[in-house]
Design a protein. Sequence first.
Length: 355
Amino acid sequence: MEDFDPAYIQPIEHRPILLIHEAEGIPIIDLSSITNNHLSNENDHSNNNNLTSLITEIGNACEKWGFFQVINHGVPLEKLEEIELIGRKFFALSKEEKRKVGRDEHNPMGYYDSEHTKNVRDWKQVFDFTARDPSIIPVYPGDLQPKELINRWPQSLPEFREVTREYAREVEKLGFKLLELIALSLGLAADRLNGYFKDHASFMRLNYYPACPAPELVLGVTRHKDAGALTILAEDDVGGLQVRRKSDGEWVSVRPNPGAFTINVGDIIQVWSNDRYESVEHRVMVNSEKERLSIPFFFYPAHYIMIKPLEEIVDDQNPPKYREYNWGVFFATKRKSNFKKLNVENLQISHFKII
């Protein structure tokens, strides 16, 4: 990638549009009816047929798939193109230059790769940064005082910080709209979940998957579920994301849709909904001929939030299925296990399941 050419990126509007129907893959949902509105500011949704239909689509997608794509989402296409361009510029830097902003045991933000972390399972390079800079989150499970994380920015790309932060602001707006639609689909007030994200600890990741000479031996990302509330994924047109379909357990490929975001429900939504919506396993396959860039936004609540099934969801017929847990401690524990590659079972919401 040392001979990176910015002309490599084909403008989004010029890429072929792939229409994917639910019978073939995950649903595509058009958000144009709510793009300019915050649902929590509207007093009555009952007479809005378009909104009612949209809420039903969101609920069905969350329940049947745990994944869906959104189009006409309100994030400017130029912001998608800018973040893709700056991401490719960053990964085109020398290894020495990238490791100047490498993450470490004390600050999980920054650059790392499989060689750096001694992780041979995943074939990729990564750059992480918090959506809010600085951001407050426990770094270790035993921290009495959460730490203030400061992002690391590459000095050789002075435009990197502003491009990524502008993009994060736009995707954050989309995150709140999706959160409101999911709340409505559960029969809750539109703003029911918003308060958990007042001091949200969300972060973004730039994933670069080089072309792999032996794709049958490794994965871009091994199979996993996302621990947060929502993941909002932008990606180039190479593809590689696979989802374990709930209906039969088969792995199905998610074809990229230019200008669209792929959304998946995380563990927190599963707990809040008391298993009505499920966080679904997914993985990334590598390509023997093409490199791939993807940009997930991990929408996380504030570090101090306690996670448990919502009181409006549970009753005598549907009792709580999870014990309460602290999100910040949960995240810090998972992060430490991932960083250290500890020979222990990684913390999962199943550890809080009420049998």
